[in-house]
Design a protein around this ligand. Structure first.
Ligand code: ATP
Length: 261
């Protein structure tokens, strides 16, 4: 990734504290949360949205985060995605201690390390599929000629090589989510982080997106999906179950899910 960084971004990353890696580790830890808490409000209105979370996710794992409404899933997703900072605790993403980073540094880490997929796709309507996928590479400082090649390749990978010049309103919901996945993977992130990625899709299209996640995971991508849907969680290899801001089960298998819901 370093060759794609602008000099400013490269120096930012150099200043970030690194977690000491275990060189013999075949499954490097991509996400390590140590005693992470997130507290909103104070006094009578205090909410412990995350309460002393310890969690690790290794490279090439495919995890689903589940739990009742209000259990802390979105707060955790924001934390893992470097969109919010914890009240206390440490978070290491790909061995970088991100807990104490500034907004600018967090934005750089997000751009380089994480691909996001959201329920509502969040594509820019005036841009073509290709231009939408090119966008994160502009922020990453990649040369214009390389941007086009890589965006085309990413769209081909999600099965949309024939629709690269279509705008979002000329594509189905499933196709728009595929564009969003192409945009998420184009900077070769260490983590694909999806928040209710099939919430706006019908069951057939849901399966297509789940198959795409499986394929990406089988090629080595670490995938974390926040979901309410058992069907989506069962597609993963490991389910993390939340209740009241705490991890109740950290390693449920898809077969064990029926005993919890
Ligand atoms: N900005 C905020 N200010 C105050 N309380 C908040 C804030 N954001 C979340 N909370 C509270 O933190 C707790 C966890 O919320 P969170 O949104 O993480 O849950 P969730 O599991 O994602 O819920 P849902 O499935 O309904 O999206 C809830 O009690 C919520 O009301």
């Amino acid at each position: 990734m370093a060759q794609f960084m602008t000099p400013e971004k490269s120096s930012l990353i150099k200043n970030i504290t690194h977690f000491t890696p275990n060189v013999n580790d075949y499954h490097p830890v991509i996400i390590r949360l140590e005693e992470i808490s997130k507290v909103y409000g104070q006094g009578d209105t205090v909410v412990h949205a995350l309460n002393n979370i310890n969690l690790t996710i290794e490279k090439s794992e495919y995890c689903a985060i589940m739990g009742a409404s209000g259990s802390g899933k979105s707060t955790l997703m924001n934390m893992i995605g470097c969109l919010d900072s914890p009240t206390s605790g440490r978070y290491y993403l790909d061995k970088i201690d991100v807990s104490g980073l500034s907004e600018t540094e967090l934005a750089t880490v997000r751009n380089q390390k994480i691909g996001f997929v959201f329920q509502q796709f969040h594509l820019l309507p005036q841009m073509t599929a290709l231009e939408n996928v090119i966008l994160p590479m502009v922020y990453a400082g990649i040369s214009p000629s390389e941007r086009r090649d890589r965006a085309t390749e990413a769209l081909e990978r999600v099965g949309l090589g024939h629709r690269i010049n279509n705008k979002p309103n000329q594509l189905s919901g499933g196709q728009q989510q595929r564009v969003a996945v192409a945009r998420a993977i184009v900077n070769q992130p260490v983590l694909l982080l999806a928040d209710e990625p099939t919430g706006a899709l019908d069951s057939q299209t849901t399966q297509e997106i789940l198959d795409l996640f499986t394929e990406l995971n089988q090629s080595g991508m670490t995938v974390v999906v926040v979901t309410h849907e058992a069907e989506v969680a069962r597609n993963s290899g490991r389910i993390i179950w939340f209740r009241d801001g705490q991890v109740i089960y950290s390693h449920l298998s898809p077969d064990e899910l029926h005993s919890v819901i």
